[in-house]
Design a protein around this ligand. Structure first.
Ligand code: 13P
Length: 253
């Protein structure tokens, strides 16, 4: 089995103006973030140029929280992948459940965004996850299967999948390590169907109330290769503690 280096990504959502971005990034840069782990922060669009400047030459990667599928045009309020690349950004989150439930993102538009982002050179964090209602109706795997359909067309070398059960996001209610592993193993099998042996190297992140106290247990599961962190990524102490707890947790050779 391939060793998958853990990845911890902070989704700042609609938090952190430019001043708060500076403080948070400067705090993270002053921390010892451990060895065998990758860290990425995803501030809001208005903070990205400043974040890019602060992170130049550092080991912390930079991501955006969304992008459009065209590189220019009459798309009021949207941001093109090439505009992110111009700032030196390497990552973009696509298909987050808040985009899906609040802003009408569909599996089709999420897949288009992801494809265009990769074509522009960005690595994609592609989010999937079921609601509480869907879990209770035992539809978790069929929902994940549907949400994953667009992934088949993507480049596996520039792809990370994030499993974010909607019922665990911002609720303080985390999936158990076994629940996370079960969903991640299912997602890995889907990825194997799309990319055969290349799926083994692909990282699948868990997102939903991951905190310093549960990170090591979750990332210690065989198919959990890191986390996509919301609330706990807004604090230097808790985000850096999650990063350190995840270092060396990946299972494999
Ligand atoms: P919380 O960590 O705040 O639950 O958010 C998870 C999330 O939505 C990350 O994208």
């Amino acid at each position: 089995m391939t060793h998958r280096r853990p990845l911890i990504a902070g989704n700042w959502k609609m938090h952190q103006n430019v001043a708060a971005t500076s403080a948070l990034i400067e705090g993270l840069l002053a921390e010892d973030l451990g060895g065998e782990v990758d860290a990425v922060v995803c501030p809001p669009f208005t903070s990205l140029p400043h974040a890019a400047m602060l992170l130049t030459g550092s080991k912390i990667g930079l991501g955006a929280q969304n992008c459009h599928w065209e590189n220019s045009g009459a798309f009021t309020g949207e941001i093109a992948p090439a505009m992110l690349v111009e700032l030196g950004i390497q990552w973009v989150i696509v298909g987050h459940s808040e985009r899906r439930t609040i802003f009408g993102e569909s599996d089709i538009t999420a897949a288009r965004r992801a494809k265009a982002a990769q074509e522009a050179g960005l690595a994609v964090i592609y989010c999937v996850g079921e609601t509480l209602e869907q879990r209770q109706a035992e539809k978790t795997f069929s929902i994940l299967e549907t949400q994953m359909a667009g992934v088949a067309d993507l480049d596996p070398t520039k792809l990370v999948v994030a499993y974010e059960p909607v019922w665990a996001i911002g609720t303080g209610q985390t999936a158990t390590a076994d629940q996370a592993q079960e969903a991640h193993a299912f997602l890995r099998r889907r990825l194997e169907g799309f990319f055969s042996s290349d799926a083994d190297a692909l990282r699948i992140l868990y997102g939903g109330s991951m905190k310093p106290g549960n990170a090591a247990e979750l990332v210690g599961m065989p198919d959990v290769d890191g986390g996509l962190i919301g609330g706990a990524s807004l604090d230097v102490g808790s985000f850096s503690a999650i990063i350190r707890a995840s270092a060396d947790c990946a299972v494999g050779d």
